[in-house]
Design a binder for this molecule. Structure first.
Ligand code: ATP
Ligand code: PRP
Length: 534
């Protein structure tokens, strides 16, 4: 039979959307052409090596296959690296400004709502050392903002050197630096707070406590920075960002600063910038300075600045109107129903939120709490799907679920409820070390795979009452959750190993955190105070 379905992660465009996409693309192409940029087109397929140093999103992979030679070939996930490859192998005279339009592809997990093919339109200014190149990008963004976005774009600036200036001043080793920045950039705050507790006596400690919040308007940053000392190098970077923010604001654009988020690409070496509009959960444009990228191809350092517009998001924003209709301005929280919900209600009440509608929800799934909060009730694994797709701002979910999934949201608070533990359990007489391929029953295949590492085990996915599996001979052992130990005891099962502990976490969608920064931090601070009081 002929396969008529479209693979997951792809879509057709027709009529108004397709035409709008053409218009936006044409607009961008003419804008660059009128500015005397040189058009560059590269093929869809490249050797995989071209993308060494390119960072895909978490859980994303390249479409990879073998070409006519033995080397791996991929469909491009990015358009900057191929241009670097092109320049390193040709003798084009530089400096020069290029523009391009094309599709990039990346594989995402199936059935999670991700799009695998994106159209990008962008520029690369190769051989430009001064800030003029960045200012030129801001001018182009301003033109696009005014003509396509009704001036609703928020331009966010940062600097790839800021985090290095801080970690150097702290005297961290490479390993410590990676740990701290990982926790900071993924806003994994329980871990971040644990790591910085070692620096309680360091003059930089007050700064470290507010670093995860160093993004927002110039005023947000100033408010965070009162009574905080920065190392001279970091202060200089921040001062010049503040200066630049002032200049951009003077041109009538709305600006934000962010020195606490990872630069989108590891090849950025200086100023970075991104643009988004309120209520839309994807960036519309992103770019930065990358002085080292071309040296990776042929050894010649070449100062460059580039940026790319996501044409699909630009199209969608226009088609849907300037604000996303799903966003009603309220803080949207996806709450795991069941025991997580039961523990969360009293915590939220102690923050002064009237939860009566939630207590008396009957079979309703969307529950407004006052004028400013809307709760949706979902199963744990779905909470992260809603969050990653940006249809809710916050999620309340067990860390077991986060450990099991490719979570791209920020884990910001440990609510210290729903505390339990992953364990390896089986019947009396089981020998975990016995040299054969063990069959392990579990609701958590990823956690189980990680636990066994290189030891080959056969995983049998079970949806509930996992304890049954060894009792009826379906599995040799189980990886499951235990709280009081009652279920294991009553079924004559014994714990053979303790894996990681579990508790309920508050997670935030990264862009929602930017858009609703102050509301989200206010709630987090109140929840933290309520947790500390318990
Ligand atoms: N004893 C426990 N067993 C399982 N999960 C627990 C336990 N204590 C806390 N939790 C947390 O509760 C979350 C939800 O558990 P689960 O999916 O079993 O839902 P539930 O509350 O039991 O409702 P239901 O039985 O309808 O599925 C888990 O992801 C975990 O983080
Ligand atoms: O150590 P304990 O306090 O006995 O708790 C652990 C049990 O609770 C959970 O099951 P749940 O009741 O959620 O049912 P499920 O097996 O269908 O998920 C979990 O999967 C264990 O079976």
């Amino acid at each position: 039979m002929v396969q008529k379905q479209l693979p997951t992660g792809f879509r057709d465009d027709i009529g108004a959307v397709a035409e709008r996409k053409d218009d936006v693309s044409q607009y961008l192409l003419s804008l660059c052409r009128n500015r005397q940029y040189t058009k560059i087109s590269t093929p869809l397929v490249e050797y995989k090596d071209v993308f060494n140093g390119y960072t895909l999103g978490r859980g994303q992979h390249m479409y990879e296959f073998f070409g006519s030679s033995d080397a791996s070939v991929v469909i491009r996930p990015d358009l900057t690296m191929p241009i670097g490859r092109f320049l390193a192998t040709t003798n084009i005279e530089l400096p020069r400004k290029f523009y391009y339009l094309g599709d990039v592809l990346m594989k995402n997990k199936q059935h999670r709502g991700d799009i695998n093919q994106v159209t990008q339109g962008g520029i690369e200014m190769v051989g430009y050392e001064g800030i003029e190149a960045e200012l030129e990008c801001f001018n182009i963004i301003k033109e696009v903002n005014e003509s396509q976005l009704n001036n609703t774009l928020l331009l966010e600036i940062g600097d790839a050197r800021f985090s290095r200036a801080i970690t150097d001043a702290l005297g961290l080793t490479d390993g410590e630096r990676t740990d701290l920045l990982d926790a900071l950039f993924t806003k994994y705050l329980p871990r971040y707070n644990e790591l910085i507790s070692e620096f309680k006596n360091n003059a930089l400690y007050p700064f470290l406590t507010i670093w995860p919040r160093l993004f927002g308007t110039v005023n947000d940053i100033k408010n965070e920075l009162t009574q905080v000392i920065l190392p001279a190098g970091a202060q200089r970077i921040l001062d010049s960002l503040m200066d630049l923010a002032g200049q951009i604001e003077a041109t009538g654009q709305q600006v934000r600063i962010d020195v606490s988020t990872e630069p989108l690409q590891s090849y950025y070496t200086g100023l970075t910038f991104r643009g988004y509009v309120d209520g839309v959960s994807q960036y519309i444009v992103s770019g930065g300075r990358y002085d080292g990228l071309l040296s990776g191809f042929d050894g010649t350092p070449m100062p460059s600045v580039g940026m790319a517009f996501n044409i699909d998001v630009l199209t969608a924003v226009f088609v849907q109107g300037e604000s996303n209709t799903k966003d009603n301005g309220k803080l949207r929280i996806a709450l795991t129903k069941g025991r997580v919900e039961k523990d969360f209600i009293p915590l939220l009440e102690s923050c002064g939120v009237d939860c009566e509608p939630l207590r008396n929800k009957a079979r309703k799934l969307i529950i407004p709490l006052g004028d400013s909060i809307e709760v949706i009730l979902a199963k744990g694994p779905d909470v992260t799907t809603y969050l990653n797709n940006g249809v809710v701002d916050l999620g309340i979910v067990g860390s077991d679920v986060l450990d099991e999934q490719d979570n791209t949201s920020y884990e910001m608070l440990d609510l210290k409820t729903g505390q339990c533990q992953f364990i390896l359990a089986s019947l009396e007489g089981y020998d975990p070390k016995e040299g054969r391929r063990h069959r392990i029953g579990t609701k958590y295949p990823t956690v189980t795979k990680q636990y066994f590492g290189s030891q080959d085990v056969e995983i049998i996915k079970i949806e509930g009452s996992v304890e049954l599996a060894p009792l009826v001979g379906l599995a040799d052992a189980i990886v499951d959750i235990t709280e009081t130990g009652t279920t294991l005891r009553e079924n004559n099962l014994k714990i053979y190993d303790w894996l990681q502990p579990i508790s309920t976490r508050l997670v935030a969608n990264p862009l929602a955190l930017k858009q609703k920064r102050n509301t989200i931090f206010a709630l987090i601070d109140q929840l933290q105070a309520a947790i500390d009081k318990k």
